[in-house]
Design a protein around this ligand. Structure first.
Ligand SMILES: [Zn+2]
Ligand SMILES: [Zn+2]
Length: 199
């Protein structure tokens, strides 16, 4: 089967589409989430608001099916944040090719929340899982090793997933550091002025 990159944010279509939910081959945890998202057994077109242009756009039923069933997209948080036009604009560099799915063994003794994590990783492995970054809207991979670190070393809860990509998190912390620097500078100036006034 040819794997193509999903078009996550198509332009609105006139006629609504539906696609049947097929949970074969998915782990119980993802299957449960997908069932919960689509309780009547079919994917429906979903409308979202683009974080850039603020226009509504449609995530097509068939694209959802491809994302969850073929791409094995993260069943917890994944949903598009940008329309296709804005996503194309936001892409500064060409998308990297998706790596082969890697896995890492689970060490359940390190789990905080092992009762529910057991249903999430039933075969004893973490797998590279694609997700959609909530800031840039890009498809990123939450790698098996990152998941291992998150759930075992950081004691992540069973109902957490990757939301923001590394680049967006770095940009965010740079912005915060810059804001801190500016406020520290203005505070120092203010103090200097006060010191002058007191003499
Ligand atoms: Zn847009
Ligand atoms: Zn991002």
């Amino acid at each position: 089967m040819k794997k193509k990159k999903p078009n996550l944010a198509p332009e609105p279509k006139k006629s609504a589409s539906v696609a049947s939910v097929n949970l074969a081959g998915l782990d119980a945890w993802s299957a449960g989430r997908i069932k919960w998202r689509n309780s009547d057994g079919v994917y429906h077109d979903r409308s979202y608001r683009c974080c850039d242009c603020r226009m509504e756009f449609i995530w097509d039923a068939w694209e959802q099916k491809e994302w969850f069933e073929e791409m094995k997209g993260d069943a917890f948080w994944s949903s598009p944040v940008r329309c296709s036009a804005c996503l194309a604009k936001a892409r500064s560099k060409p998308a990297k090719r998706r790596k082969r799915v890697e896995r890492a063994p689970v060490d359940a003794t390190k789990w905080q929340d092992w009762r529910t994590l057991e249903t999430r990783f039933p075969d004893g492995f973490y797998y590279d899982t694609p997700y959609i970054c909530r800031t840039c809207g890009e498809v990123k991979i939450w790698t098996a090793l990152q998941q291992k670190y998150w759930f075992e070393e950081k004691k992540g809860r069973s109902d957490t997933s990757a939301i923001y990509c590394l680049e967006c998190r770095e940009k965010y912390s740079q912005k915060k550091a810059e804001a801190r620097r500016i406020s520290a500078e203005s505070l120092a100036k203010k103090r200097a002025r006060q010191a002058q006034n007191n003499t």
